[in-house]
Design a protein around this ligand. Structure first.
Ligand SMILES: [Zn+2]
Length: 83
C-alpha cells in the first residue's frame, strides 16, 4: 500500500468520512475541515438503486487526503460521539 503522492487519512478520520458518505450526509474533510470533497463516482441516484459494490473514492479538494471504501462492506453503525 501507499503509492507516492497519495495522502491518506488516519483510520479514524477515514472512518468518519466514510460513514458520513454512506449516510449521505454533507461531507467535510475530517482532517482540514474543507467542505469540498471530490467523490467518485458522483452521487446521482438519490434513494434508488445505488451500486454499493463499487468502490467509492473520497478525496479532499484542499489537503488532498483520500479515503476509499466499498459501501456494501461498511456495516458499522454511525454512532459518533459528540465530545
Ligand atoms: Zn482536507
Amino acid at each position: 500500500m501507499g503509492r507516492r503522492g497519495i495522502k491518506e487519512y488516519r483510520p479514524a478520520e477515514a472512518l468518519e468520512l466514510i460513514l458520513a458518505d454512506r449516510d449521505r450526509e454533507t461531507l467535510k474533510c475530517p482532517s482540514c475541515g474543507h467542505a469540498t470533497i471530490d467523490r467518485k463516482p458522483k452521487r446521482r441516484l438519490s434513494g434508488s438503486r445505488w451500486s454499493s459494490h463499487r468502490q467509492v473514492v473520497l478525496r479532499c479538494g484542499k489537503c488532498g487526503r483520500q479515503a476509499m471504501y466499498v459501501p456494501a462492506k461498511v456495516t458499522q453503525p454511525s454512532n459518533r460521539e459528540d465530545s
